[in-house]
Design a protein around this ligand. Sequence first.
Ligand code: GDP
Length: 446
Amino acid sequence: MNAKPATVEEPIAAIATAPGAAGISIIRLSGAGSLAIGDQLVEARFKPSARSAGTFYHAVLYHPQTRERLDDALLLVFRAPHSYTGEEALELQCHGGRLPARRVLAAAVAAGARLARPGEFTERAFLNGRLDLTQAEAISAFISAETERQAVVARSQLDGALGTRINGLYEQAVHLSAEVEHALDFEEGELPESFPARVKHDILALAKLVHALVASWRQNGHLLGDGARVVISGAPNVGKSSLLNALLGRNRAIVNARPGTTRDAIEEGYVLNGIPIRLVDTAGLRETADEIERDGIERTKQLMAEADLNLMLVDLTSLLPAAPLPEVPPRTLLVLTKLDLAPGARADALCVSSKTGEGLNELGEAILKFLGETAEAGGASEIVSARQAAELQAAAEHLEAACALRDWVLLANELRAAAECLGRIIGRVYTRDLLDSIFSHFCVGK
Ligand code: GDP
């Protein structure tokens, strides 16, 4: 289905502010008839339908049937298409708190509004062409941002730069696909000799642009969005739980002098220089006959394989001063623990003490460096959602497949598939399921 601006008429209503005691609560109405609903809640001389767009005024709100006086409120009038949703809309600012707002919402429903679904206002904004899907996703990411960096990236995506860029790629893919389809109508020899080489050159150039975006996501985007998974592993008693606690600055994992206490993995989140980190403390790695512990070790190995970064811990006191350091697998930092018990740090490895805190800042810096970040650099990725990254990846694969094909019919199919992936990112191509999966994560009232 293509995103042709749809007219969504039915007025919907929701409380747009968070529940609980607060200065004000905002009840939002959108859709044709919203102002007429407002008319039923006020005295005749205060009817919002008689006010011009942008008016902000005070009136007492009544229940439409019982005429019970509910609250007094400020009313803000919007007329289509100049509103968030692009529709006629009304905002009622009443006293804060759960009940005043709920009573006003119930009155709006009694006057003919339907309760809005999560994200329905933003979905209508999308359907009315007010924003593309990358902007809609950015709104959700901005509202739920937990770190300064997530907020900055989401806010800049909200301005639409990514959408514009992807739209450009989408149009190139559509253009190429149309060109190839058009060429199918010609007989062999009727096309310019240079046509195949030129088309493949263009497809390859497009694939490169798409790849560059995917790469920036791999490097930074998913770290900002989902957080980096940093897995702490090592032999029992090397100080894994102690390091997790020291990094978190509070006691979460059980620290015990008996080996093999942390049988199941413990995951905790914290923020390192604006990057959310998911720190995973694992079962100790050692040969064991205990079945539960063995399961834990298998799970550890799996966690290590999936980690963005592994911290491999070795007890510094168990190493002879000049002993060679163990080799570490890729994506792994070797961390020597219990520095306070050792005669001194080793120059050739990161040494930390969870007890005194020595070396923990350096460890933090090393983690950031490893994750492709420096203390000052902003996130280079413009992509904030895994959905966008997956569609880009798929588009790149279709483009590459197209390049390898000799059959023009198959090649055209691949190009069309690539264009659809790009189109879905911005919503030039969408299905009901796609919209549901995006907007169901929104809060009600947004
Ligand atoms: P895990 O089995 O690897 O999770 O190890 P724990 O964190 O449970 O620690 C095992 C023992 O080593 C406990 O008695 C801790 O108090 C001790 N320990 C851990 N880190 C340090 C450290 O940096 N300095 C000192 N002195 N003891 C530590």
